[in-house]
Design a protein around this ligand. Structure first.
Ligand code: TRP
Length: 330
């Protein structure tokens, strides 16, 4: 049994990509590991967030976790800023991270854009805070999407640098877990772009708060192509491939089986079947999320309890780190 840690940003509408690509995989891990699921509000503010929105999104993300089936009694669900040891360890790790390592981070380059001089320090230090999220718990397994692999590699390097500096195998090397048929859920308008909360087109994503009509409508309008039949070809038919992966992931059936079933159908048959499946799977989640959002007191109690449990681990590791570094604890 290992310890799993993963994080998700509380930045608005969670969508099908978050569910199939992340949260659904987190469920299965609850049986095998001790799990910590962190809502990373400190990471979110590396890009300015409206305070009222951030607060709302934090609760909404917790509600989504619970509605999707993460059991708050088994797994610790908490927001990052409620466990100050994340920031505390991040500072110490900052002092062991060469700038050269950070300069290689592709996500920073993308997010900073052309005007790198104007990018904030927090955005640059983002991967070190992520390393601290993982290492403060000595997590052994980290479920992440493809796009976070480089950050996880860095966390491993930082763990090694710290261990070498103080001559002790203190932090274990966290292993990435890249799972599932649909870890890459793409936009419904462009099969080469990830489904994203920041896509200006609402039609591009299925939000976890969409009702049945919206879901049906979005799948009906989803981009496809002029080829006959339903076949899986990532290169030539990225949109159809995306819909097939979504179908497989939602139904829990192998993709090849879905392909066979619809090989001779048109989109007129395939799309309504997909919409119906999505509505059946998502409706209970949506309903539960609404119910939970109406009870913020309960959500806050889950987050408080999660933070307390996380903090018990974090403080004991932080004390050891302080002792290793030579910081006086009075
Ligand atoms: N950077 C991750 C993302 O954007 C979120 C994250 C923050 C995370 N801290 C983490 C993921 C720790 C895994 C482990 O998806």
């Amino acid at each position: 049994m290992g310890r799993v840690l993963s994080g998700i940003q509380p930045t608005g509408n969670l969508h099908l990509g978050n569910y199939l690509g992340a949260i659904k995989n987190w469920l299965t891990m609850q049986q095998l590991h001790e799990c910590l699921y962190c809502i990373v509000d400190l990471h979110a503010i590396t890009v300015f967030q409206n305070p009222a929105e951030l607060l709302k999104s934090t609760r909404e993300t917790a509600a989504a976790f619970i509605a999707c089936g993460i059991d708050p009694k088994k797994s610790a669900i908490f927001n990052q800023s409620a466990v100050p040891e994340h920031s505390e360890l991040a500072w110490i790790l900052n002092c062991h991270t060469p700038l050269g390592w950070l300069n290689r981070m592709t996500q920073f380059k993308e997010k900073a854009g052309k005007h790198r001089e104007n990018a904030v320090l927090g955005l640059y230090a983002y991967p070190v805070l992520m390393a601290a999220d993982i290492l403060i718990y000595k997590a052994t397994h980290v479920p992440v999407g493809e796009d976070q692999k480089q950050h996880l590699e860095l966390a491993r390097d930082i763990a090694g640098a710290f261990n070498r500096a103080y001559g002790r195998e203190f932090f274990p090397q966290p292993e990435p877990l890249i799972l599932g048929e649909a870890t890459r859920v793409m936009s419904l308008r462009d099969g080469t772009k990830k489904m994203s909360k920041s896509d200006p087109s609402d039609q591009s994503r299925i939000a976890l708060t969409d009702d049945a009509d919206a879901i049906a409508n979005k799948f009906k309008k989803a981009k496809t192509d002029m080829e006959p039949g339903i076949t899986y070809d990532e290169e030539k038919r990225p949109e159809v491939a995306n819909l097939l992966r979504i179908f497989a992931a939602l139904s829990g059936r192998p993709r090849a089986e879905i392909e066979k079933e619809f090989a001779n159908s048109g989109f007129g048959q395939f799309k309504p079947a997909l919409a119906e499946l999505a509505i059946t799977k998502l409706a209970p989640i949506t309903a539960e999320m609404r119910r939970l959002m109406a009870d913020p007191g309960y959500i806050d109690s889950v987050l408080r309890d999660g933070a307390e449990r996380a903090r018990a681990i974090a403080t004991s590791h932080m004390n050891e780190v302080k002792d290793m570094v030579g910081m006086l604890r009075v």
